[in-house]
Design a protein around this ligand. Structure first.
Ligand code: AMP
Ligand code: ZN
Length: 110
């Protein structure tokens, strides 16, 4: 938990962000500036800065994020038409929130 981190605040339920899904390990909510008809963020509750900072012990978190994204794609009705899963890594990779998150993007051709 990083007191300065927006996604720590959101993931711990200290904002009014609505969760589409929540487990002990992660939350899912809509991106505030969607780039597509479906644009969700899968956010682990543990504060990890980026993919570069994932430790061995965090492997399960990555699998969990990807499997949850797949399930949210199914629930959003874009499972079959297709979608993108994206981790932006550090500034050069387009990351602006330095708390690990997976983008689920799709819904153009449902
Ligand atoms: P990234 O560029 O990978 O760091 O993506 C950060 C994403 O978080 C951007 O797509 C933002 O639109 C999104 N975002 C920032 N603040 C919020 C918020 N309060 N609620 C939902 N999404 C947010
Ligand atoms: Zn954080």
């Amino acid at each position: 938990m990083d007191a300065e981190c927006l996604f720590c605040k959101i993931a711990s339920g200290r904002t009014d962000t609505e969760f589409l899904h929540e487990t002990d390990a992660l939350v899912v909510f809509k991106d505030i500036h969607p780039h597509a008809p479906v644009h969700l963020l899968i956010v682990p509750k543990k504060h990890i800065r980026s993919i570069n900072d994932v430790d061995e012990e965090d492997r399960e978190i990555l699998v969990d994020c990807i499997m949850t994204a797949r399930e949210m794609a199914r629930r959003s009705g874009i499972h079959e038409s297709g979608y993108k899963l994206l981790f932006n890594v550090e500034r050069g990779g387009g990351q602006v929130i330095f708390h690990l998150h997976l983008h689920l993007i799709g819904g153009w051709n449902r």
